[in-house]
Design a protein around this ligand. Structure first.
Ligand code: B1M
Length: 221
């Protein structure tokens, strides 16, 4: 198991997507995050371990190297691709398959922000906890959030932001939504946020991780 965890971490850190990918050159011809995640699951490595012991820490290292300017956007993009592909293999393990959905959860990354890994993870875990998830994608404008919420009365809305600059668009979107739908339940999350910010902009909850969003949703059922 250690072996799979180490290898998947390395693929995400180095941006090795799959066997066919020639990047990075020194790993050409080697299996990537895609095949290794599939094989790890087939060998019985728990999906939760792959996520928390390999994928998330590896992306943390990528973030650190990016901050220190030891990695650049194209390299980080390869890591993100490797992570998103590996997450597709994990999805069925986090999906309960319950037919009766507990409610509708709408999620999107706010306007101007293209980061989707955290959003995809939250979306996958919430779907796995029995909610129907409507994923609006990235760079979502206020109107799209409002229209989706109007089409799904009683839904809970989730917004993700990873940039200090897009915290402003989150604030604007929450205000726009409150103007049209004053009682809409809104959860916000993303690395640069905190609970003070969430309450200042009028969100119902700051969720530092998918689990706290799920706990709040349980109360909304
Ligand atoms: Co960007 N980026 N990035 N980036 N990127 C960060 C966020 C940064 C912190 C890197 C750094 O400097 N150390 C920095 C932001 C600095 C700041 O604003 N303070 C940064 C920057 C500056 C930028 C650009 C401006 C760089 C540039 O172009 N010069 C640019 C902006 C593009 C844009 O959005 N307009 C940019 C671009 C990119 C890539 C496209 C290359 C790529 C994104 C690819 C993709 O997502 N498909 C990328 C990446 C990958 C990162 C880092 C390295 C990793 C983010 C990530 O996926 N983390 C990131 C550094 C870092 O975070 N350490 C960084 C893993 C993920 C599982 O965690 O998203 O935090 P996270 O989600 C967590 C929680 O936050 C929470 O749950 C998740 C699981 O625990 N959560 C929620 C998130 N949303 C939630 C919603 C909820 C509940 C919980 O309820 C609704």
């Amino acid at each position: 198991m250690e072996n799979f965890i180490d290898k998947i971490s390395l693929c995400i850190e180095r941006g090795k997507i799959n066997l066919e990918s020639p990047y990075p050159p020194d790993l050409k011809g080697e299996p990537g995050a895609d095949e290794l995640t599939r094989d790890a699951l087939l060998s019985g490595v728990p999906a939760g371990d792959i996520l928390t012991k390999a994928m998330i820490p590896a992306m943390g290292i990528v973030g650190e190297l990016f901050r220190e300017k030891k990695l650049f956007v194209p390299q980080v993009l390869m890591s993100a691709k490797a992570m998103n592909l590996a997450m597709k293999h994990l999805k069925p393990y986090f999906t309960s398959g319950e037919l009766t959905k507990k409610g509708v959860f709408i999620i999107g990354t706010v306007s101007g922000d293209l980061h989707d890994i955290g959003k995809n993870l939250v979306s996958m875990m919430i779907e796995g906890s029995g909610w129907r998830v409507i994923d609006l994608g990235v760079d979502v404008k206020s109107d799209s959030f409002i229209n989706a919420a109007k089409e799904n009365p009683g839904s809970v809305l989730g917004m993700s932001a990873l940039l200090t600059t897009t915290m402003e668009s989150m604030e604007r979107s929450v205000k726009d939504i409150r103007d049209k739908l004053p009682h809409q339940k809104i959860i916000v999350g993303g690395a640069p946020l905190n609970s003070d910010f969430a309450s200042r902009i009028g969100a119902n909850l700051y969720a530092p991780n998918p689990q706290s969003a799920i706990e709040y949703l349980t109360l909304c059922q």
